[in-house]
Design a protein around this ligand. Structure first.
Ligand code: SF4
Length: 298
């Protein structure tokens, strides 16, 4: 199988076949992102994709789930994605689900009919870096869309029957707007009903544009207490009928995992207990290591 550079996938795609159809990210401009800084965006020729599928058929003929790589394969045209979907079913007939990282920006370029066609081919459960439902935060992160566009495009996706996991970045509006950020993000999530909410906290590596702003004080990182408060407000405002709350990314201050709405009260009780446990650390900032993982809460 061919892979270019580091290959990322969400934790819940650990059992999926990773199939490279693009390299890098066609946007590559989010202010916090460092993932594909050294990898120019390119499209894998269909011949190479088929070669990889033939190899996968030899070793994993019973594959049921495929995750397309890399940063935003949904930037490919619907025509190319349909071609890839058909090839996947030809080589691996047991595949039930084809997933990938996708962006609000690249839902835009697909018609309702094309989205429905993709769903028919098993495209489902996309992983979307929604990050926030607040315009100020989306602008700061340079996501390339606003909250209204996010709502519109996610609604089109959902109407086509395509489910999605919402990635959310706590602290992305800074501490002053943490309440507004949490409430606006909860509203967007409630209206577009993802099957999973995946929380992380804002972190920056030296190559990401927001790193300098953090260093110079132009952008203030939330404290441990502020991150917890934002997550608590987000959770309180989530009103969902069946969604997994996945707060296990290593950049999170708290480890939270449960199904909403059943586990909501238990999760809120856990947050309350942790606030008491961390009382003397709430005003400090976490010490991190690579990929924002919390090294130490001082
Ligand atoms: S966060 Fe996603 S869309 Fe933004 S630059 Fe990174 S890979 Fe691309």
């Amino acid at each position: 199988m061919k892979y270019t550079g580091i290959t990322y996938r969400p934790p819940f795609e650990a059992g999926s076949l990773l199939l490279q159809v693009t390299s890098g990210c066609s946007h590559n401009k989010c202010s916090f992102c460092y993932m594909y800084k050294d990898v120019p965006f390119s499209v894998e020729p269909i011949e190479q994709v088929k070669k990889d599928l033939a190899e996968a058929r030899e070793y994993y003929p019973d594959t049921r789930r495929v995750f397309l790589e890399n940063g935003d394969p949904f930037s490919l045209s619907a025509r190319r994605l349909i071609e890839i979907g058909q090839a996947i079913h030809e080589y691996l007939p047991k595949v039930e689900n084809i997933s990938m990282y996708a962006s609000i920006r690249n839902i835009k370029g697909k018609s309702d009919e094309e989205l429905a066609q993709l769903r028919e081919l098993g495209f489902n459960q996309f992983n979307i870096g929604v990050e926030s439902g607040l315009d100020e935060a989306l602008k700061l992160m340079n996501k390339g869309y606003n909250a209204k566009e996010a709502f519109y495009e996610l609604s089109r996706l959902r109407n086509a029957g395509i489910d999605y996991a919402a990635n959310v970045i706590l602290g992305s509006a800074g501490p002053k707007l943490l309440r507004e950020n949490a409430i606006a993000t909860a509203r967007l999530i409630n209206e577009t009903t993802p099957y999973l909410v995946f929380t992380t906290t804002l972190h920056a590596e030296p190559v990401s544009p927001i790193y300098e702003d953090m260093k110079s004080g132009k952008f203030i990182e939330s404290t441990i207490g502020e991150y917890i408060e934002e997550e608590e407000i987000l959770l309180k405002n989530l009103d969902l009928s069946d969604t997994l709350f996945f707060g296990l990314h290593p950049s999170n201050i708290l480890r939270l995992y449960g199904r909403l709405p059943d586990d909501k009260n238990a999760l809120l009780r856990e947050i309350k207990a942790q606030k008491i446990r961390l009382e003397d650390k709430l005003d400090s900032r976490p010490i991190r290591r690579s990929e924002g993982s919390i090294f130490k809460i001082d």
